[in-house]
Design a protein around this ligand. Structure first.
Ligand code: NDP
Ligand code: N5H
Length: 257
């Protein structure tokens, strides 16, 4: 395999466990020769990730704590990365959160606090992370986030998260314009449904997953490795002409009427 990311330092935010999309991405990037820096919010995720790295014989360059709800935490995390690693070439943002009660029923029942929380963690965090990361991207870089079709269409129960993902995708475009002149690209992968810890327990996941297998052109569901390889494309030079883009990795489901 061509080592597309040899000598590149990439920050991966959002591995909670083996099922995380960010873990699928970590494996793809590792195979491509990248040096990986991880950020976690919860201690539980840190422990799970440490075990996974050991099991897969991957050595992290650095692991730092980062809660994107806090500007201070973001500054501290990227400050530590700057001190210990120096230059970075990429960031994978694979983070979202909404209160469970806001992921069912009527969208108009979303509270002000619930709306703000979902937008803060799932959309604003990309803005704050881009600001912190660009300082370390002195050789140019690539930032990739994860979105979902519920930003473009009404998907039952996705509710406030659909609105937050629409804000995230618009943020990708505005950020791409801001940092393009610094040789930094910003893109999003719009993945089909994947059974992860976040998806667990939210109503409607199973129904949507089986519809993909039935209706998508490829007639199969998407997995973390497919999203990993698409994210690798965005982080590598192969996508050097692409920025502000949303790439659907969904077995083609979004083209079906
Ligand atoms: P996971 O549950 O595996 O990952 C979600 C991650 O978000 C966790 O690692 C969690 O960290 C992190 N997170 C939540 N709040 C914060 C915070 N305040 N600060 C830092 N990190 C935080 O689920 P997925 O892999 O499914 O989700 C990753 C991304 O993929 C999300 O943006 C999601 O919307 C998107 N996506 C998922 C799809 C799916 O079907 N699964 C489809 C399309 C997009 P911690 O565990 O430490 O709290
Ligand atoms: C249409 C659907 C199904 C319904 C909606 C699902 C939305 C999920 C997204 C958010 C991120 C889930 C979420 O915030 C769950 C939390 O309330 C509770 N979970 C946690 O706190 C766990 C422990 C931690 C790790 O989770 C987080 N996020 O920190 C969409 C699905 C078909 C596709 C999908 C699942 C999309 C998506 O964006 O994730």
């Amino acid at each position: 395999m061509v080592k597309l990311l040899e000598g590149k330092n990439i920050v991966i935010m959002g591995v909670a466990n083996e099922r995380s999309i960010a873990w699928g991405i970590a494996k793809s990037l590792h195979r491509a020769g990248a040096q990986l820096i991880f950020t976690n919010r919860q201690e539980r995720s840190y422990k799970k990730l440490s075990k996974l790295l050991e099991k897969h014989n991957i050595k992290a360059k650095l692991m730092v704590n980062c809660d994107v709800a806090s500007d201070e935490s973001i500054q501290q995390a990227f400050g530590q990365i700057k001190e210990e690693v120096g230059v970075i070439h990429g960031v994978v943002h694979s983070i979202a959160f909404a209160n469970r009660e806001d992921l069912k029923g009527a969208f108009y029942d979303t509270t002000r606090d619930g709306f703000l929380l979902a937008h803060d963690i799932s959309a604003y965090s990309l803005v704050a992370v881009t600001k912190a990361a660009r300082e370390l991207m002195t050789e140019g870089g690539s930032i990739v986030t994860q979105t979902y079709l519920g930003s473009e269409r009404v998907m039952r129960n996705y509710n406030v998260m659909g609105v937050a993902k629409a804000a995230l995708e618009a943020s990708v475009r505005y950020l791409a314009e801001d940092v393009g002149k610094e040789g930094i690209r910003v893109n999003a992968v719009s993945s089909g449904p994947i059974r992860t810890l976040s998806a667990k327990g939210v109503s409607g996941f199973n129904d949507i997953n089986s519809i993909i297998e039935e209706k998508a052109p490829l007639r199969r569901s998407v997995d973390q490795d497919q999203v990993g390889d698409a994210t690798l494309f965005f982080l590598s030079d192969l996508s050097r002409g692409v920025t502000g883009e949303v790439l659907h990795v969904d077995s083609g489901y979004h083209i079906i009427g």
